[in-house]
Ligand binder design. Structure first.
Ligand SMILES: Cc1cc2nc3c(=O)[nH]c(=O)nc-3n(C[C@H](O)[C@H](O)[C@H](O)COP(=O)(O)OP(=O)(O)OC[C@H]3O[C@@H](n4cnc5c(N)ncnc54)[C@H](O)[C@@H]3O)c2cc1C
Length: 423
């Protein structure tokens, strides 16, 4: 993968019609565009930004994401990027190093600044045959009966429409186009709010991702969240803090001061020089806490469908996976996604998401985190299990006790969910 982020040429003219219109060129949209173009479809990949563009993120590629990038044919482009073998977890005066379990998923992770990663991925989609239209925002749709006939876009040349057979909506956390289509985000289950910054470091080539399960603000008050340090291999670290919340228990965390305090806390360990730069923060809908994810000829994928792990805030992997699944449905010749898409999302993610967001909601109670975290950090075996569950590295095929217990918890959780994931 090249580090070059040369500005792109002037946006190409908007086509009037296409087979598949993908709205949003983040990981989910670019992967969907690549899969669909490779399947021989005429694809337009639309984004309101011009690339390279930043995206508030921890930039961490978990083993689940690496596995999916491999399936996409992109993993080779991570040569020269950090090869991260596990997590170094800290809290309550203890620490544990846990290597990634491997087996079903890759045994390594990585971290690449989204400014570069997303740019490379959308170029990859272009090489597969998708036509990129950047600097154009999708603002509305024109209906043709119960189908989207065309998407209305605003760009430098004014308002235009792009007609499409199928629309894949990958417009991220706020999902403006999703809202137009009726997508609703429900905040009664756990959601996240997180901030990140870049700092220069003498340890940016570490093989470990750092994570602090005990998060405190500058006054020493325990917060319902966690901190991370992800080495980018280029002299920089991505440092961030995330807090969990529910509608009942909103997070009263001042992210930016907490982030600066956290960067100070890890300064010596990570040989940080200078001050945090480019501090940004964002909300994270999680665990499929949205309804209205599909209609006759459209589907929401990635963050737009709240496909973010409630226990660690990762969503790049789910963005890539949902891209593959959505394009798979196109290949199956499905004529109506209204029920098929939420059904498929439910089949793949609902049990894990339901259990995870219930656990995440528990973590918003300040006393619960040390109760579970403290013993975990004193036992290597227990912590390995915690990491496996938190990173959702459990699959349907796994038959061991932990996997069975996690699936059972998920099934029981869904039964008592007021609103199951994606409904
Ligand atoms: C602070 C923070 C830290 C995180 N850390 C990690 C991490 O370390 N690892 C991980 O896996 N995940 C992490 N996540 C989650 C991750 O960033 C998202 O899950 C991921 O970006 C989802 O990809 P996406 O393609 O669905 O959406 P996005 O990456 O948000 O892409 C959406 C794209 O759509 C475009 N767009 C939006 N609206 C329109 C419109 N109307 N018209 C045209 N284009 C539009 C945007 O410009 C953007 O390019 C983190 C999130 C936050 C907030």
């Amino acid at each position: 993968m090249s580090n070059a982020t040369d500005a792109e040429p002037a946006p190409s003219p908007t086509p009037g019609r296409t087979d598949v219109l993908v709205v949003g060129a983040g990981p989910a949209g670019s992967a969907a565009a690549a899969y669909a173009a490779r399947a021989g479809r005429d694809v337009v990949l639309l984004d309101m930004a011009t690339f390279p563009r930043d995206k508030t993120c921890g930039d961490g590629l978990t083993p689940r994401a690496i596995t999916e990038l491999d399936a996409l044919g992109f993993a080779d482009r991570l040569a020269g990027r950090p090869r991260i073998i596990g997590l170094h977890l800290h809290g309550w005066g203890a620490d544990q190093r846990v290597t990634w379990p491997g087996e079903r998923f890759a045994d390594w992770g990585s971290a690449v600044a989204r400014m570069e990663f997303d740019d490379e991925l959308r170029r990859f989609a272009g090489e597969a045959g998708a036509q990129m239209v950047s600097g154009h925002k999708a603002v509305d749709v024109e209906w043709d009966g119960d189908r989207i006939g065309a998407v209305v876009v605003e760009g430098p040349e004014g308002r235009r429409t792009i007609g499409a057979q199928t629309v894949i909506v990958a417009d991220g956390v706020r999902s403006g186009l999703g809202k137009v289509l009726g997508r609703q985000w429900h905040r009664d289950t756990a959601y996240g709010t997180a901030g990140r910054a870049y700092v220069a470091s003498g340890r940016a080539d570490s093989e470990w991702m750092g994570s602090h399960l005990e998060l405190r603000d500058a006054a020493g008050t325990a917060l319902p969240g966690y901190g991370w340090v992800f080495p980018l291999g280029d002299g920089q670290l991505n440092v961030g803090v995330g807090a969990l919340a529910t509608a009942k228990r909103p997070a009263h965390v001042e992210l930016r001061p907490t982030l600066r305090h956290y960067a100070e806390m890890v300064r010596e360990e990570w040989q940080i020089t200078g001050e945090p730069q480019r501090v940004t923060s964002a909300l994270l809908p999680m665990g499929g806490a949205v309804s209205g994810v599909a209609g006759r000829n459209w589907m929401l994928i990635g963050d737009a469908a709240a496909c973010v792990n409630p226990l660690n805030g990762e969503g790049i992997d789910y963005g890539l996976e949902t891209a593959r699944l959505a394009v798979g449905l196109l290949g199956d010749g499905v004529d109506d996604f209204t029920e098929r898409w939420p059904d498929l999302l439910t089949e793949h993610y609902a049990t894990a998401f339901s259990a995870a967001r219930r656990l995440a909601a528990l973590f918003t109670v300040p006393q619960v985190v040390p109760l579970l975290g403290r013993p975990g950090l004193r036992s290597g075996r227990l912590m390995a299990t915690v990491v496996r569950v938190m990173a959702n590295l459990v699959t349907e095929e796994d038959k061991d006790v932990v996997a069975r217990a996690w699936r059972t918890a998920g099934r029981m959780s869904i039964r008592v969910d007021d609103r199951p994931p994606f409904r």
